[in-house]
Design a protein around this ligand. Structure first.
Ligand code: CP
Ligand code: NVA
Length: 309
């Protein structure tokens, strides 16, 4: 167990399952119009180096609904690395607020802040990982299928979203087939940790370059953008490289019963067609909704140190 929520491989299967169970409870309570105020008087500082709709809105809303407060800090206001060091920012915030949410380019930056902060640091996406997304993804899968049996296929770029999905599958013992170009497999350091977790959990992780092989008979087909935030200069090159990895009606013929997942935002017409993204098998808005519930459970877990009984 970690004080921080930076990488899913830092957490045990038992902890992640408890967070997911609490997320389900919080979603049910909200549907009944009940909102526990478990974070009354608590404050979350949110630092965003990159744009965000879902992560920003769901974390801020989660804090408000749980009785707490969230404040937004932008790079131009606080100047991490220019006005003062990451360490000084993290140590100051530790004296005032209860947790830090950070969306940064560099993964090393959130690790550095977490190391010196006395309060929990939550990874709201780095170039390497997007653990909060993967929690909502698993929650969405669990709403539609038996987690033990579900076959999840991820097609496209082995990016931050794929890396965290891989870690989630590895810790929780899921079946995940990845199809990416050989040059864009998930990061080696993530694969190594995931393989170690998978050996303990019994997760079935496989990789190929062939999207058809990956999606054949799958229960879920997941994709994400080919050009992530910060990679805009490579967009044309990436469009060519990933051309055969588009999730479209032709590919989905190999997985006719599969639900379609996407973390959003989508680059419509690139990694996924409108027809599939907006089609009857798409559960992308459930995924987006679950960000709110999964993150409430993560916030409770790291701020309170334990989930409410
Ligand atoms: N999926 C996701 O993290 O969305 P945002 O970039 O809008 O936060
Ligand atoms: N891989 C995408 C995810 C956005 C939520 C990016 O990093 O831009």
């Amino acid at each position: 167990m970690s004080k921080d929520f930076l990488a899913l491989c830092d957490w045990s299967a038992e902890d992640l399952r408890a967070i997911l169970a609490r997320a389900r409870t919080l979603k049910d309570l909200q549907r009944q119009g009940r909102r526990p105020r478990t974070l009354e008087g608590r404050t979350l500082a949110m630092y965003f180096e990159k744009p965000s709709l879902r992560t920003h809105v769901t974390f801020e809303t989660a804090m408000t609904q749980l009785g707490g407060h969230a404040l937004l800090l932008l790079p131009e206001q606080i100047g991490i690395g220019t006005r003062e060091t990451p360490s000084d920012v993290a140590r100051n915030l530790s004296r005032w607020v209860d947790a830090i949410l950070a969306r940064t380019f560099s993964h090393a930056l959130v690790e550095e802040m977490a190391q010196v902060a006395s309060i929990p640091v939550i990874n709201g996406l780095t170039d390497l990982l997007h653990p909060c997304q993967a929690m909502a993804d698993v929650q969405t899968v669990a709403e539609r299928a038996d987690l033990e049996k579900a076959v999840i296929a991820y097609v496209g770029d082995g990016n931050n979203v794929a890396n965290s999905l891989l870690e989630a599958a590895a810790v929780l013992g899921l079946t995940l087939r990845l199809a990416t170009p050989a040059s864009h497999r998930p990061a080696l350091r993530v694969r190594r940790r995931a393989d170690a977790c998978a050996a303990a959990s019994g997760a079935r992780l496989s990789w190929s370059e062939d999207p058809v092989e990956a999606v054949q008979g799958a229960d879920f087909v997941y994709t994400d953008v080919w050009t992530s935030m910060g990679q805009e200069d490579e967009a044309a090159e990436r469009r060519a490289l990933f051309e055969h990895y588009q999730v479209n009606a032709r590919l989905m013929k190999h997985a006719p019963q599969a639900f379609v997942l996407h973390c959003l935002p989508a680059h419509r017409g690139e990694e996924i067609t409108d027809e599939v993204l907006d089609g009857p098998r798409s559960v992308v808005l459930d995924q987006a909704e679950n960000r709110l519930h999964a993150q409430k459970a993560v916030l409770e877990r790291v701020i309170l140190g334990a989930l409410p009984g």
